[in-house]
Design a protein around this ligand. Structure first.
Ligand SMILES: [Zn+2]
Length: 290
């Protein structure tokens, strides 16, 4: 699983990310509705239940310890391996639509079935609200050796002030939010990883600082699958195939419903095409372990 090498890379990338200020979030994107997990994304390093010894990163030149949440953007570029990841968003607004019957389900079962049929390992990033809505599904996914589970915040609010149309987690509540999601996941999955993905892919130095004690590692933006509110499965397939390369972490969504309605239609073509090109599909933990 993610060994010392992975964490070293994580630490390195974290420093780079902070210095360059690169992150999906700060610049405000298109107008998407509640659960934008749209075209931007980030992901987290998975550390199995053997609680990862996350070593928070210290910015170079800082004499006083200002630790930051580690973040990885992609895996090694010298090996033909790619990690497909799927976020399960659920905001309070989405939950209202679900409970009112406006949306039938925020679990794209067809997508998960495709992954199982095609034997595709995947890393699933779940919001706390989603796990509370689907605890049995979460346990079922946790028990499937194809998948590893990670967190995606509690209720899919953003960790920066401007991030699509997402609500914002106040600075004072950031750590509590992430820990809440981690606690829920740990109760449902004894093998839970410590990878984390920022909602909307939005983060900044403040968020990385506030979340350092959470002992999770964020996975930054690499290949957004563009399946959020997609109008055709072909566009999703094209977006992934045009941008995937060695070490890529592809971000797609598993909540389906009105927010990501075509991901299941796109995934068979994506998987088959990537494999035809010689890529091995692995989890984020496997990717980062080298
Ligand atoms: Zn999301």
């Amino acid at each position: 699983m993610t060994g010392a090498r992975g964490w070293t890379l994580a630490a390195f990338c974290a420093v780079v990310a902070v210095l360059l200020g690169s992150c999906g979030g700060s610049s405000a994107p298109p107008s998407v509705q509640d659960s934008p997990t749209p075209t931007v994304s980030a992901s987290t390093p998975a550390q199995p239940s053997s609680k990862p010894s996350t070593t928070p990163v210290r910015r170079p030149g800082e004499s006083r310890a200002r630790t930051l949440m580690p973040i990885v953007q992609h895996g090694p570029r010298d090996k033909p391996r790619i990690a497909l990841t799927f976020d399960a968003d659920l905001t309070t607004a989405m939950r209202r639509r679900l409970h009112s019957g406006q949306v039938k389900s925020y679990y794209n079962e067809a997508l998960i079935q495709h992954l199982r049929d095609l034997r595709v390992p995947a890393t699933l990033f779940l919001t706390g609200l989603w796990m509370e809505q689907y605890p049995d599904r979460t346990r079922e996914l946790a028990a499937d050796p194809l998948f590893e589970l990670a967190t995606h915040s509690y209720d899919h609010r953003a960790f920066t002030k401007r991030c699509y149309t997402l609500g914002t987690v106040p600075r004072a509540g950031m750590l509590t939010d992430v820990r809440r999601a981690v606690t829920i996941l740990d109760e449902l999955d004894p093998q839970a990883t410590r990878w984390f993905r920022f909602p909307g892919g939005c983060y900044d130095g403040t968020a990385l600082h506030e979340l350092a004690p959470a002992a999770v590692t964020a996975v930054g933006l690499d290949v957004p699958g563009a399946d959020g509110f997609a109008k055709s499965s072909e566009s999703i397939v094209g977006q992934v195939l045009q941008n995937a390369r060695n070490g890529s972490i592809v971000v797609l969504h598993m909540h389906g419903g009105d927010n990501a309605p075509l991901t299941d239609e796109a995934i068979p073509s994506i998987v088959k095409s990537l494999r035809l090109r010689g890529y091995e599909l692995v989890t984020v933990t496997e990717l980062m372990a080298g």
